[in-house]
Design a binder for this molecule. Structure first.
Ligand SMILES: [Zn+2]
Length: 81
């Protein structure tokens, strides 16, 4: 079996999904992260916060002003409900 697509990883510095091209994290990426970190939600939130910081820097360099909804996009979806 060939792996045609990478696992919905973020492209840097645009932070779009390398597989579907939408703003990362896309739904498949979120699902994968939730499975990977199912036993440690805190570690997931720390990981996402790190990525958000990195994305904010990259996007600021690209576009001038960083998007305001980054925290929501990167972190809020992963909070326990
Ligand atoms: Zn994707």
């Amino acid at each position: 079996m060939t792996r045609r697509h990478p696992d919905h990883l973020p492209s840097r510095p645009t932070w779009r999904c390398s597989t579907c091209g939408i703003a990362w994290p896309c739904s498949p990426a979120k699902l994968r992260l939730l499975v990977e970190y199912r036993k440690d939600r805190t570690a997931l939130l720390i990981y996402l916060a790190t990525l958000e910081t990195e994305a904010a820097e990259h996007l600021a360099k690209l576009g001038g002003s960083p998007p305001k909804n980054l925290a929501e996009r990167f972190i809020l979806w992963a909070r326990a409900r």
